[in-house]
Design a binder for this molecule. Structure first.
Ligand SMILES: *[C@@H]1O[C@H](CO)[C@@H](O)[C@H](O)[C@H]1NC(C)=O
Ligand SMILES: *[C@@H]1O[C@H](CO)[C@@H](O)[C@H](O)[C@H]1NC(C)=O
Length: 521
């Protein structure tokens, strides 16, 4: 009877474990490798490629596929080879398991023939993506078209149809015979993201990291942040973490900026901020002013915790030892931490002087680089990281190991998925960064769209400029800052400018109110 009871009990507990409720509450790791993608490679097998380069192309596909967990839960891959007609080499979901799939890609034999790229894309849309057995579950449908020449048929209609069906198309051009305009019409916009070039097949390995990162961004960075005139993939944490709702508004580092002040009773804790994990590379940017406790006590400015409160990613500030610590996962240890210390000779400013500063961390798969107010501080190597646990909470400004909030003033808190955003993200909002030689154009929150203007008058004769002056028509929501006294400037054209000399700007801060406006010294 005892054994019967034991058996029943174990059957019962096994059933308990399998109930969907239990499964949903388990903490799971997520990242690029666990993304739920239907990924279709469309590769050029025309005569111009040649046997040996075709082998290289296959190896490249194998290399970029290795980062995904291949299974019916995560990424499924199909391969189409095309010349005059497309040939379905590997159907979606045929191989469950990476090794089988990579073996199958390796065994694809070269076709030879003409280049009918449009037809191959249409085939992918009509027959391959549509054959997916898990159409309602799949999160991203991605096509990667690899070609070495100009298509002999039209690519526009097929590519438009792919996009209309929500398929993201990357175009990879190899060699000098490619037509840029054709790759641009095949791929999604912006082409700076979705078109990649390799000089030839022997150097295609050079765009492997960038292809891997882009496929990852597609999988784990669903949102876009408007930055200047571009939309960047990433996480706007001021909004996502409800800082703008929960904290009190205060004036920011410049007149054009707004910041928020967190008090000890503000709790900034959210879950599901990174539902698909973090990308392998990203840029963390925070503009903060640390006063009182926050300039002394160590605290996590930002942290991602697992369900059992283990740190998955964190940026910790410590005024006492003037350090910034970055914590991430590790393949071998529980976690890994890298410490950046303020070195007097490299960093004039310190994060802990009670003024506004911008801290930026460029995180790469094997290294982290820290910047303070646009000046590079240090570069530190990382051990390989693991995907993060995603079912815990993300928090802002908490004492290490507790839920107590450390009062802090925050103006910007973002995580960009494209590592190149690190070069574009300047610290223009920081007073001391605006140097005479650099003119920062900052956008202020956009108002309602106005009525279309009248056609403009014909242009004015050119103006001779002395010194640094910019002759740029600006629209009214752009602020310009410079160190030159406003009274030394002459205005040209239909020029209406408002000046704000009482602002935090070093010299002047002016707003162009009319669009045909030039300034000279
Ligand atoms: C594939 O990866 C291996 C190992 O990293 C590398 O040696 C090789 O050059 C890569 N080949 C291509 C075509 O990307
Ligand atoms: C000028 O700057 C001050 C202080 O920064 C601000 O309070 C004021 O509103 C600004 N004036 C205009 C017209 O923007």
């Amino acid at each position: 009877l005892f054994y019967r009871a034991m058996l029943l009990w174990s059957v019962w507990s096994a059933m308990l474990l399998l109930t969907p409720l239990e499964a949903a509450e388990e903490d799971v790791r997520a990242g690029c490798s666990t993304a739920v993608n239907d990924l279709v490679y469309i590769i050029d097998g025309s005569w111009s490629v040649g046997f040996s380069d075709f082998d290289t192309a296959k190896q490249w596909l194998i290399n970029i596929t290795s980062q995904f967990d291949i299974s019916s839960h995560y990424t499924q891959v199909a391969v189409i080879q095309y010349s005059d007609t497309p040939r379905l080499e590997i159907p979606l979901g045929k191989h469950q398991g990476g090794a089988d799939l990579l073996q199958a890609i390796q065994s694809i034999t070269y076709l030879g023939g003409n280049t009918q790229t449009g037809r191959a894309i249409k085939f992918a849309v009509d027959h391959v993506f549509s054959s997916s057995q898990r159409a309602s579950l799949v999160k991203n449908r991605i096509a990667v078209v690899v070609t070495d020449g100009k298509s002999q048929d039209d690519v526009v209609d097929a590519s438009m149809e792919a996009r209309a069906q929500g398929i993201t198309v990357f175009a990879v051009g190899v060699g000098s015979e490619i037509t840029t305009s054709e790759l641009v019409s095949i791929a999604n916009k912006p082409s700076s993201t979705y078109v990649l070039y390799a000089e030839d097949y022997t150097t295609i390995d050079r765009i492997r990291d960038s292809m891997e990162q882009k496929l990852c961004e597609e999988s784990v960075c669903p949102t876009r942040i408007p930055v200047a005139s571009r939309d960047e993939k990433g996480f706007e944490l001021m909004v996502g973490m409800n800082i703008q709702k929960k904290a009190k508004k205060i004036p920011g580092s410049l007149v054009s900026e707004t910041a928020y002040t967190l008090t000890a009773s503000t709790d900034i804790t959210e879950s599901k901020i990174f539902p698909e994990g973090l990308p392998p590379s990203y840029v963390f940017v925070a503009t903060v002013r640390l006063k009182g406790t926050s300039s002394k006590l160590p605290f996590d400015l930002w942290r991602v915790l697992s369900k059992d409160k283990e740190v998955q990613a964190a940026v910790t500030l410590s005024g006492k030892d003037k350090a910034v610590t970055f914590t991430t996962t590790s393949m071998t240890e529980k976690e890994q931490r890298v410490i950046f210390k303020d070195a007097e000779h490299t960093v004039k400013n310190t994060l802990y002087d009670g003024k506004w500063h911008q801290l930026k961390l460029l995180v790469r798969p094997r290294q982290v680089i820290s910047f303070l107010d646009d000046q590079q501080m240090q570069e530190v190597m990382l051990d390989p990281v693991e995907p993060i646990y995603i079912n815990g909470e993300t928090q802002v400004s908490k004492r290490r190991g507790t839920d107590a909030t450390v009062p802090v003033e925050i103006q910007k808190l973002r995580l960009y998925c494209d590592p190149h955003q690190s070069e574009r993200e300047t610290a223009c909002e920081i007073y001391s960064v605006v140097r005479p030689s650099s003119i920062c154009i900052l956008s202020v929150p956009q108002g309602k769209e106005g009525k279309p203007g009248d056609p403009g008058p014909s242009g004015l004769p050119g103006i001779k400029v002395r010194g640094l002056y910019i002759l740029m028509p600006l629209n009214s929501n752009l602020w310009l800052e410079s160190t030159v006294n406003p009274r030394q400037l002459s205005l040209h054209g239909d020029c209406k400018v408002t000046l704000n000399v009482t602002s935090h700007c070093p010299g002047l801060c002016f707003r162009m109110l009319s669009s045909i406006c030039w300034l000279s010294q």
